[in-house]
Ligand binder design. Sequence first.
Ligand code: ADP
Ligand code: ZN
Length: 603
Amino acid sequence: MNEVKRPKKPLIFYYAIALIILLVLNLFTVPWLAQRQVQEVDYGTFIQMAEDQDLGLVEVQETENQIVFTNKDQTAIYKTGMLPDPDLTQRLNDSGAQFSGQIIEQANPIISFLISWVLPIVIFIAIGQYMSKKLMQRAGGPNAMSFGKSNAKVYVKSSEGIKFSDVAGEDEAKENLSEIVDYLHNPNKYKEVGAAMPKGILLVGPPGTGKTMLAKAVAGESNVPFFSMSGSEFVEMFVGMGAAKVRDLFKQAKEKAPCIVFIDEIDAIGKKREGNISGNDEREQTLNQLLTEMDGFEENSGVIILAATNRPESLDPALTRPGRFDRRVPVELPDLQGRAEILKVHAKKVKIAGDVDFEKVARMASGASGAELANIVNEAALRAVRAGRKSVTQADLEESIEVVIAGYQKKNAILTDKEKLIVAYHETGHALVAALQTHSAPVQKITIVPRTSGALGYTMQVDEGNHYLMSQEELENKIATLTGGRAAEELVFHSASTGASNDIEQATKLARAMITRYGMSEDFDMVALETVNNQYLGGDASLACSAETQTKIDQQVVELVKEQHQKALQLLQENRRKLDEISKYLYEKETITGDEFMAVLNA
Ligand code: ADP
Ligand code: ZN
């Protein structure tokens, strides 16, 4: 279905037509109809008139099984049902009547004109009006008949738009994008030198890191219109609709240039096209249209396309080649400083008590994305309201980190005393192993209050600073720490529990990565045995090696974890007295801070 354009002045047009029809009806047909109605008579009357030579025109309508005829002067029309009458032709011949095929039409040209020409038009217009009303209701706007129109939301120049200062951290991305802002402010500077701005810029990074915000900020800083659409909105039920939407979006954009077009989740349309025939036609057509449009407008036309994705590796190479989305801006998870800044930006929207230490909160929320940090601040504000306080405190923020990471506290969880003791030993085991290994980060907090996420307790470790590199030793220590929980259970209760399933998963993942990706095993040296698929979404990997190698890898993973498990066991055994002491303390207090932990450890 193509774009259906509606005339610009539709209402007046329709009213005029309706008026003309009314006039025509009034002037001609009504009086005429009053005069000349078709009278139904019996067959006897017809024969009588024929014999009296009183017939004018006669029409035998065999399909309708009737005869229509007029009197001699053609002032009246009659009709009668047909009876089997072999003499009919003879009778009519004798009567001197004229045979005619179209008495009604002849006698009534205006009506027939109305019926065959005007009526269909009237009906069409009525249906059209009705449909457009329906569509208008569905689209929720005055732009009816908008098949194939992009629903791009137009943010016309607005001063209340998002600015770079609203996006905390992400300095590299901002620096990269400020060139676009500069270009939109002053395109001639670039044209003079002959430099061409990239047409498309791809923002890649994990979810919730502020890609949408950055795109909006570019528009806000440049003070240009901002068109935003999600990739999935292009893909419609009907093949070709998405392509029409792309066309329309670009048409709108070119009219409004200079402007920013933002396509979120571009992987929804930009996925690699596959060779098989049963591909997704609609998606491919949409992608093809997008490629065509991007080639279609000249460089420096003032339309800049920003697109966001968290699966850059799945994009079609045609999309990322020079001349299309040729610039890639990574938008990574914020580092410690970035997290603190993001917290501060969002804290401006709530009332914060004077004693809040954002650095500390940022440190506790390691690995959190911008969206999660925004969520943490909001949870803290909600918690403050719940407690009837007027401002958000440090405790609110710390608790809300746990809420965002592990869910709410289970108020009436039914742990038996034995279970609680096991959890206390388990968590202390993690913390103690971490603290005893010099290279492991100190413990921030240990708690054995069950959470709605299902965690019965956890140990929050804190990185002191940013970590970009991890040594083999640090990784091994991490595995040992992960096994520390189970090790403590074994040591004290001489049995294993199901509480360690998450630890096991993480330890295995880490050990496997060390061997297959980080080249930390002697046998395989620096050979990559795995490739990562979704860097920004969980980072699952697929093996790229022979079956025999796979077996060897599995053996080495087991060995590595086993070795660290033994190390943890030994560490705990050597410090059994401390393990008991701290576990007991934790069992009683349920939540202890890192400082309390260290105090007992060093006592
Ligand atoms: P993405 O598009 O990368 O998935 P968004 O831009 O939609 O993420 O961000 C979601 C929300 O997270 C934003 O509305 C904002 O509140 C918050 N946020 C994310 N990153 C940042 C940041 N760097 N600074 C401030 N807020 C951020
Ligand atoms: Zn554990």
